[in-house]
Design a protein around this ligand. Structure first.
Ligand code: PHE
Length: 455
């Protein structure tokens, strides 16, 4: 069976940045920023992306390209079967992320329709909206259907082609919305909150969140880049690609802040942030723009979010699919629809956890905490804030002690002849064996103990 591959360098970069840019950048990033002291969070996030995550990105792509295998098979193919648990954890994590991501993406898709209909009142009814289960299921299933359709067409005709259309459109929409946001009254207050740091807000929880956010946003630590890297040919310059992917992701998260905060501050609406931020506050803002403008800006905004989300769900689905296709030789189309169906089932408790059923809405109380959290938040804690950074940490261990940095350099220099002996090589090697394990390992450990055990 022929394995897929990306047709062009640009195709790979767009697909991988498409995976990175998602709800994480536009839905999650702003409320993490507002909970984490505005610019103080931003600075930490940037540091994590460029210093800690960059070497992990490069390693994942190199492992994928070297082996031309899925996230689990890659470790087997390098002869380290014992280490394929990193890939197994990654596949599991991808399935968990996709299960709740589809629910949120379903809300987003539903909101497009609400905005087109000028139903701004929805902001006051978000609680009942997410518990209108039939509706939520309908849109989540629809979203998963589009995702599966793209993935079933394969790497070049599906994933790459979708990214080539959706990513440029997304960037155009973002730029239009920024220009518009900056013309609103008091938008400057939003910019000040966003860009002037309040360092007193920084503590370990915030650092842990920034780390989780960096991994989540870059789609890192779960083998997505191993999988996409396996579709890339050896002429590709991994360092340049990794830099472009990081810049696009960070750039779009940053730019979306330039839309969100001016909007919020100019509307004068008090908000406590949180996952409802976009859903509860934004329709009100659009309403204040007047009927026609409101409908136009509102639906454009949620279309933007849907575009961002679908290039991410595509990559999340591709990870388990590629595993089934490679290792069990199951036909791509079958794998896609089976996995999509199973993930929809796994997502049901998340959809029911927003107040519909008490069992899922107050699912678990961590040690040292009094407040029970809902099932969706629990899955987010386990996948984003735990499995991803841990996966990233294990990759750095694997490269340093098992695969060896010399092989990493060898693979990178295949598309980049000047790499060996360069400053970039020294930096990556140093970072991957000292900086990453130390900082990543300790922040991960501390926040893990703190979050789940209250230590
Ligand atoms: N990076 C995506 C986002 O920011 C989420 C994602 C995580 C996608 C992991 C793929 C893998 O929304």
């Amino acid at each position: 069976m022929k394995r897929g591959s990306f047709n062009s360098k640009l195709g790979f970069i767009l697909a991988a940045s498409g995976s990175a840019v998602g709800l994480g950048n536009i839905w999650k990033f702003p409320f993490e920023v507002s909970n984490g002291g505005g610019a103080a969070f931003l600075i930490m996030y940037l540091f994590f992306c460029f210093i800690l995550c960059f070497p992990v990105i490069v390693s994942e792509i190199a492992i994928g390209r070297k082996t031309k295998k899925n996230a689990i098979g890659a470790f087997n193919s390098l002869g380290h079967r014992n280490w394929n648990f990193i890939g197994k954890m990654g596949v599991l994590c991808g399935v968990l992320i996709l299960s709740f991501y589809t629910v949120v993406a379903g809300w987003v898709l539903g909101y497009v329709v609400e905005m087109v209909n000028g139903n701004f009142d929805i902001s006051n009814n978000f609680g009942s909206y997410v518990n209108n289960i039939q509706n939520v299921f309908l849109y989540s299933i629809l979203f998963m259907f589009f995702t599966a359709l793209i993935v079933s067409r394969g790497v070049e005709k599906g994933i790459e082609r979708a990214a080539k259309i959706l990513m440029p459109s997304l960037i155009i929409i973002i730029l239009m919305l920024i220009i518009y946001a900056l013309t609103l009254p008091n938008s400057i207050d939003g910019i000040i909150f966003y860009l002037v740091p309040d360092f007193s807000q920084i503590n370990l929880t915030v650092a842990g969140n920034a780390l989780g956010q960096a991994f989540f946003s870059l789609s890192l630590g779960m083998g997505m880049l191993i999988t996409y890297g396996s579709y890339v040919d050896s002429k590709n310059n991994i360092i340049n690609s990794a830099a472009l992917i990081t810049l696009t992701d960070v750039g779009i998260a940053f730019l979306s802040g330039l839309i969100i905060f001016p909007f919020i501050f100019s509307s004068g609406i008090e908000t406590e942030g949180g996952p409802g931020l976009i859903f509860q506050v934004f329709p009100k803002i659009f309403e204040n723009l007047g009927d026609t403008t409101g409908v136009l800006v509102g639906s454009t905004f949620f279309i933007l979010l849907s575009f961002a989300a679908i290039t991410s769900t595509v990559s999340l689905l591709e990870v388990p699919v590629s595993y089934l296709v490679d290792e069990y030789k199951i036909n791509r189309k079958y794998s896609v629809w089976i996995v999509a169906f199973i993930i929809l089932l796994i997502g049901i408790p998340s959809a029911l956890s927003q107040g519909k059923y008490e069992f899922f809405s107050q699912f678990i109380t961590y040690f040292g905490s009094e407040k029970p959290i809902d099932f969706m938040t629990f899955i987010i804690d386990v996948s984003n804030d735990t499995l991803l950074p841990f996966g990233g940490f294990m990759i750095t261990m694997y490269v340093t002690y098992i695969w060896r940095k010399k092989n990493l350099s060898e693979e990178i220099s295949r598309g980049n002849p000047d790499y060996k002996g360069s400053a970039v090589e020294k930096y990556i090697n140093f970072s991957i064996s000292y900086v990453c394990p130390l900082i990543l390992g300790s922040i991960f450990l501390i926040t893990f103990l703190n979050k789940f055990f209250g230590i």
